[in-house]
Design a protein around this ligand. Structure first.
Ligand code: GLV
Length: 325
């Protein structure tokens, strides 16, 4: 019997590919850059399974134009790049990778928080530029982390992991959004209104998915409510933040700094005014990028894909409605 055909939209860690190799006929996109949309559509049109990344647009047209497709598996926890409704309507389960990247992402969110609070990337540039002349009584003064208030938007798995780290810094944790009251109590996080979280946080860390409700949530109005000494950290999705408003906020001192692992669009255009600011730390969407974590995510994505090809329930399904739930 011939093996199911699978398109993998980039070279992913062997931990995932090795699981697939014995069971499927693999077509792997070899480039560092993603296939363009038309190529993605054409390659998806003839396969039984699609293993994609968060940078691939899997829209209704692609799904409808892929008559053999039995399963879509994304190597990510977020799935805002996939038209879930269209997949569900076609009876196609969509796999994702919740849990696998929680701790690595929380580590990175905290790294960004510390970097922005203590101006580490700016200090590094200062030293390398030969500007360090002496110990300065007011040199590169930042914000205290210990004892500060951390606001979390979206107290889900990753938000909770960030809150646990904050306890080690004796931070007060307040949050908006995210439903698990027991988990919040266990980590000592207080639920507040969005307005209160914006107004009271010294650090505001975003951990919500990108949905129609959260798109542009951190807009000019929200940024104006924040403290002038506060710092915004985004490891969720770029489009949760209005970038034009953020630029104004950072330039005009509405807030003290920002640290972004995600931007809108990605990659951030080199002429983005955010790149001209010293008080904005920007990383290329690498929060989950540790060797162990990326291997685990690749394995989970492969397991979801194989389950879907066998007609079994996906271990981690983003659209359980496909199973009538
Ligand atoms: C990363 O951003 C992910 O959604 O896994």
């Amino acid at each position: 019997m011939s093996q199911p055909k699978v398109f993998v939209t980039r070279v992913i860690p062997d931990a995932g590919l090795d699981l697939l190799r014995p069971h499927v006929e693999l077509d792997i996109w070899p480039d560092e850059l993603p296939p363009d949309y038309e190529t993605l559509r054409a390659r998806s049109a003839t396969v039984d399974g699609l293993l994609c990344l968060l940078s691939d647009r899997i829209d209704a047209a692609l799904i409808e134009g892929s008559p053999r497709l039995k399963v879509i598996s994304t190597m990510a926890v977020g799935f805002d790049n996939i038209d879930i409704q269209a997949a569900t309507a076609r009876g196609i389960p969509v796999g994702h990778t919740p849990g696998a990247l929680t701790e690595a992402t929380a580590d990175f969110a905290f790294a960004l928080l510390m970097a922005a609070a203590r101006r580490i990337t700016e200090a590094e540039r200062y030293v390398r530029a030969g500007r360090w002349k002496t110990w300065g009584p007011m040199l590169l003064m930042g914000q205290d982390v210990y004892g500060a208030t951390l606001g979390i938007i979206g107290l889900g798995r990753i938000g909770q992991a960030v809150a646990r780290r904050a306890r080690g810094f004796d931070m007060r944790v307040i949050y908006y959004g995210g439903s698990d009251e027991d988990a919040a109590r266990a980590i000592g996080a207080e639920r507040r209104s969005l307005e209160d979280v914006l107004a009271e946080s010294d650090f505001l860390s975003l951990h919500c998915p990108l949905t129609p409700e959260t798109r542009g949530l951190i807009n000019a109005d929200a940024l104006r409510r924040m403290k002038p000494t506060s710092i915004l950290i985004n490891t969720a999705r770029g489009a949760v933040v209005d970038h034009a408003a953020l630029y104004q906020a950072l330039r005009d001192g509405w807030i003290a700094g920002a640290a972004l692992d995600v931007t809108d669009p990605e990659p951030i255009p080199l002429d983005s005014p955010l790149l001209t600011l010293d008080n904005c730390v920007i990383a290329p969407h690498i929060a989950s990028s540790t060797e162990r974590t990326r291997a685990r995510i690749a394995r989970m994505a492969a397991e979801n894909l194989l389950a879907g090809l066998r007609g079994e329930r996906l271990p981690h399904c983003a659209n359980p409605a496909v199973y009538g739930q």
